[in-house]
Design a protein around this ligand. Structure first.
Ligand SMILES: *Cc1c(COP(=O)(O)O)cnc(C)c1O
Length: 366
C-alpha cells in the first residue's frame, strides 16, 4: 500500500500545523511569557531535578503535582483533576471519547481556538461553528438555535477567547450551560491574565468542565494542561489518557514552579500592566483598531495586515497574521504582550511601517 492509498484524502490534502522559525526574532506570536526565571531560582530548580529517576516510569497519577495544582487553581473540594500533555492533549482526550458515536457533534463559537475544530476533523466528528457578533460577543440567538438543532455532545467556550481576547458574557455562558444537553468545556488558558473564572461554578452545573494550562502562565515548554470537573465524568475520560503522559521532568518542574508562585504572580502582573499600556498606545495609532483584551495578547485590525505583517518581520518582529483566516479576522494581526522593550520595539516598527504606507505626497494623513 502506498501512502496515497493509506491516508484519507483530507489528510493527504492538509498542510501540517506550521510553526515559523523564530530564531533571531522578537517573538510576539505565541502567547509566551517573555520573562526568564531569576538565576537563584534556576539553580534551585536544577537541584530539585536531582531527585528524578529517568530510568523509571513517572507516577501515572502524579498526586503531588495534582495537589499543587488544586491549591494553585483553587479547585473546589470534591472535584477531580485530569492531567494532559498540554491542554491540546486534553481536547484530544475529550473528543476521542466521542469517536464511534453516530454523528457526534462538537460546537464552538467562531473565531476561536483552532484546535477544537482541527482535532474534531481528524477524528471525523461533526463540527458546528457559530459566528460571534461583530463585537466578538456570543450571539445568544444563534448559539441557542444551533444547540437546539444540533444537540452537540461537547461545546467549547474559551474564556477569554483566543484570538479575540475578550471574555464572553458570563450570564449568557450560564444560560448555554443550562440549555445544552451535552458537556460545556470552559477553556481558561488565559486565567492568569483574566481574573475571571468558572471554576467556582463547577458545583452548580453537572455538565460543566473547566480546562486550564500552565503554558500561558510561563511554562509553555513543560507541556502541562489540566481538566477539572466531577469525578463521574473525569473517571471515564481518564481511561482514554495514556498512562505516562506527564513525564518526570514536567512533574518535578511544575511542582517546583508552583512552589514559587510569587515569581509568576509578579511576571503576570507586569504583563497585565504592559497589555494595558500597549492597548492605549495601539488605540492612538491612526487606522489601527485594537480590541480590548483580558488575555496576554491583543487583536488588532489594520488595513493591509498581510503587508504589515511582512514588513514587521523584515524589522525582526514576529506577530501572528490572522488575515488568511478571512471573515471577521480579515486584516487582523495578533500580538503577544512581551517585555516593555519588546512592546516598544513592536510599536516603533508598526508606526514606521504604517507611515511608509502613506502615498508619497502624504495626502492620506495630516
Ligand atoms: C494556547 C491555548 C491552549 C493550548 O494550551 P497548551 O496547554 O499549551 O496545549 C488551549 N486553549 C486556548 C484557548 C489557547 O489559547
Amino acid at each position: 500500500m502506498r501512502p496515497e492509498d493509506f491516508f484519507r484524502p483530507d489528510i493527504l490534502a492538509a498542510s501540517a500545523y506550521h510553526v515559523p522559525d523564530a530564531t533571531g526574532f522578537i517573538k510576539l506570536d505565541a502567547m509566551e511569557n517573555p520573562y526568564d526565571w531569576p538565576p537563584e531560582m534556576v539553580e534551585a530548580w536544577l537541584d530539585h531535578l536531582r531527585r528524578a529517576h529517568p530510568n523509571r516510569y513517572p507516577d501515572p497519577q502524579a498526586p503531588a503535582l495534582k495537589q499543587a495544582l488544586r491549591r494553585h487553581a483553587q479547585v473546589p473540594e470534591g472535584m477531580e483533576i485530569l492531567l494532559g500533555n498540554g491542554s491540546d492533549e486534553i481536547i484530544q482526550i475529550l473528543l476521542m471519547a466521542l469517536v464511534g458515536r453516530n454523528h457526534a457533534t462538537v460546537l464552538a463559537p467562531q473565531p476561536t481556538f483552532v484546535m477544537y475544530q482541527e482535532i474534531a476533523r481528524w477524528l471525523n466528528l461533526d463540527f458546528v461553528g457559530v459566528p460571534l457578533q461583530a463585537d466578538f460577543g456570543l450571539d445568544r440567538a444563534a448559539m441557542l438555535e444551533a444547540i437546539a438543532r444540533h444537540r452537540p455532545e461537547i461545546i467549547f467556550l474559551a474564556y477569554p477567547n483566543n484570538p479575540t481576547g475578550n471574555l464572553f458574557d458570563a450570564a449568557l455562558m450560564e444560560e448555554i450551560i443550562r440549555r445544552t444537553p451535552g458537556l460545556v468545556v470552559v477553556d481558561e488558558a488565559y486565567a492568569p491574565f483574566a481574573q475571571a473564572t468558572f471554576m467556582d461554578r463547577l458545583e452548580t452545573f453537572d455538565n460543566l468542565l473547566v480546562m486550564r494550562t500552565l503554558s500561558k502562565l510561563g511554562l509553555a515548554g513543560l507541556r502541562l494542561g489540566f481538566l477539572t470537573g466531577r469525578p463521574e465524568w473525569l473517571r471515564h475520560f481518564d481511561k482514554l489518557r495514556l498512562p505516562y503522559n506527564i513525564n518526570i521532568l514536567t512533574q518535578l518542574s511544575a511542582e517546583f514552579a508552583l512552589d514559587h508562585a510569587e515569581v509568576f504572580e509578579r511576571q503576570t502582573a507586569a504583563i497585565r500592566a504592559e497589555r494595558d499600556r500597549l492597548f492605549q498606545a495601539l488605540s492612538l495609532l491612526p487606522g489601527v483598531q485594537a480590541f480590548p483584551s483580558a488575555a496576554n495578547f491583543i487583536l488588532l485590525q489594520v488595513p493591509g495586515a498581510g503587508k504589515v505583517f511582512e514588513a514587521l518581520k523584515r524589522r525582526g518582529i514576529l506577530v501572528k497574521n490572522l488575515s488568511p483566516a478571512g471573515g471577521p479576522l480579515s486584516d487582523c494581526l495578533r500580538v503577544t504582550v512581551g517585555t516593555p522593550e519588546e512592546n516598544q520595539a513592536f510599536l516603533d516598527a508598526l508606526r514606521t511601517v504604517l507611515l511608509r504606507q502613506i502615498p508619497a505626497d502624504g495626502s492620506e494623513r495630516a
